[in-house]
Write a protein that binds this ligand. Structure first.
Ligand code: ATP
Ligand code: MG
Length: 456
């Protein structure tokens, strides 16, 4: 057995004493107490189960106590040569600090760090054996975990093989919750839009999808050959309501089908847009061990604040995450002029800028109308199609909802053209009045550069 594969060393009293000599008196009390209590408890269990059978006590990996790891490692699994893992049983230890599912409020955990006491069972050839494992938080408000294990003498190899498997399993991100959301709540972003439900010019959709696929499939090795961190950056730009978020959700859906990790940064919680969220997201991206799609909406907000230099460093590559499996940043903004010079005019900061336009032609307008009229669509309603050109998807959705609601309210089973036209009219009026109330903001980027953006 290679010594490098050995797990933590045997517990050495001198080592602990020397560790304690540098700890504060308070920490000393906590550490001694916690560790000693756990060992004492485990020894008593050992004697109950095995009588005087000799054992050794080791520092163990905290990953063996992790809830996700335990659900991932299936009983009956061969872990090395003649050694199989037979499963576990939960033991009841009154000294384990009961903090499980460590998570920050409103955030999804990357890994549920759990502690507890377990009896792990193994089979080595024809012999079965068990290990008593106990892990605990250092104290109620301290995240570091102490873990020990009692195993039969001469069974270091079994435990070492098991720890290696646990550590491997722990390296994978939590996959049951589909999107890892930083900031905001679990409902901030849902990847529940089908690709076909996004109504945009085919060129834009196809290019974007092809870009993502090409990057993850073929691009990553090319970045590596060039000694660059495989981090690609796309920016979706367009007026409010044209479908940027919808597109992100649909791309996230596609990414998840390919078993990629999706990380979404939301500025929608009480913390607002702050760099520490991006920083946290980048840590997740770097440690994911999976290809990652990183979505940052309204990136302009971060760039207007004091920490914009840090964001620029990320975009420049100085602080980019190095995830060897590849990371694709999909950012969105309404206000290209805010990031205009900083980003658009500096090649390399963003690899591609994709303009997401309002409805461009009758065909698109009709598709959008059909989508939001649903079963209540009738060909005669196409008479409003021409009025929808230049409007956004959000506009059509609202027009259709409003018309359907009015019809239902008037006990009409059909949405007549008249009702629909009125709905278009009233929303257009509302929006143009609204424009007068707002300070004018020039969507300069879109107009000035749209040709370049669409073409490149
Ligand atoms: N291109 C589109 N295809 C289908 N539905 C759309 C499209 N654009 C907008 N919608 C509808 O309008 C709603 C608002 O659109 P969405 O949130 O995607 O816009 P956005 O571009 O992200 O706007 P903002 O810039 O204000 O964040 C969506 O929930 C969707 O129902
Ligand atoms: Mg949006």
């Amino acid at each position: 057995m290679a010594t490098s594969k050995l797990p933590r060393k045997r517990i050495d009293v001198e080592e602990i004493t020397s560790h304690l000599s540098t700890a504060s008196p308070e920490d000393k009390a906590k550490l001694t107490l916690r560790y000693e209590t756990l060992v004492r408890w485990a020894k008593e269990r050992w004697q109950e189960l095995n009588g005087n059978k000799p054992f050794v006590t080791l520092w163990a990996s905290e990953n063996c106590g992790n809830h996700l790891v335990r659900t991932r490692l299936k009983a009956g699994r061969k872990i090395k040569g003649q050694i199989s893992y037979l499963g576990y049983e939960t033991l009841d230890c009154p000294y384990v600090v009961p903090i499980s599912d460590y998570r920050l409020p409103g955030r999804k955990p990357m890994l549920m760090e759990t502690v507890g006491s377990f009896l792990f069972r193994f089979k080595v050839g024809e012999r079965s054996l068990q290990a008593i494992y106990v892990s605990s938080y250092y104290s109620d408000d301290e995240r570091s975990i102490i873990a020990i294990v009692l195993i039969p003498e001469h069974q270091l190899e079994t435990w070492a093989a098991f720890e290696i498997h646990c550590n491997k399993a722990a390296r994978y991100l939590e996959r049951t919750q589909s999107v890892y959301i930083v900031g905001g709540t679990n409902t901030s972003f849902k990847p529940n839009v089908e690709w076909d439900e996004v109504i945009l010019p085919d060129g834009i959709k196809n290019d974007l999808r092809a870009d993502m696929e090409a990057f993850f499939k073929d691009g990553v090795p090319i970045y590596k050959q060039l000694n660059l961190a495989p981090f690609r950056k796309l920016l979706l730009v367009g007026p409010p309501g044209t479908g940027k978020t919808t597109l992100c959700a649909a791309l996230a859906g596609l990414a998840l089908k390919q078993r990629r990790v999706v990380v979404y940064v939301s500025g929608a919680d009480e913390d607002g847009a702050s760099f520490h969220k991006i920083h946290h997201a980048l840590n997740v991206v770097a440690s994911a061990n999976h290809p990652v799609l990183l979505i940052v909406e309204e990136i302009d907000v971060y760039l207007r604040k004091d920490d914009k230099a840090q964001i620029l460093n990320v975009l420049d590559g100085l602080e980019s995450p190095n995830n060897p499996k590849g990371a694709l940043l999909l950012a969105t903004t309404n206000y290209p002029e805010v990031i205009d010079e900083r980003i658009a005019k500096r090649p390399g900061r963003v690899d591609r800028i994709i303009y997401i336009p309002p409805i461009q032609d009758e065909d698109q307008a009709r598709q959008m109308l059909k989508r939001y009229m649903g079963a209540q669509y009738q060909p005669e309603q196409d008479a409003v199609v021409a009025d929808l050109i230049g409007q956004t998807g959000a506009f059509v959705r609202e027009v259709a909802l409003h018309a359907r609601m009015l019809a239902a309210h008037n006990r009409q089973t059909l949405v007549t053209l008249d009702v629909l036209q009125k709905s278009v009219q009233s929303l257009s009026t509302q929006l143009s009045t609204g424009d007068d109330l707002r300070p004018r903001r020039r969507m300069g980027f879109a107009e000035r550069n749209s040709r370049n953006l669409l073409g490149s």
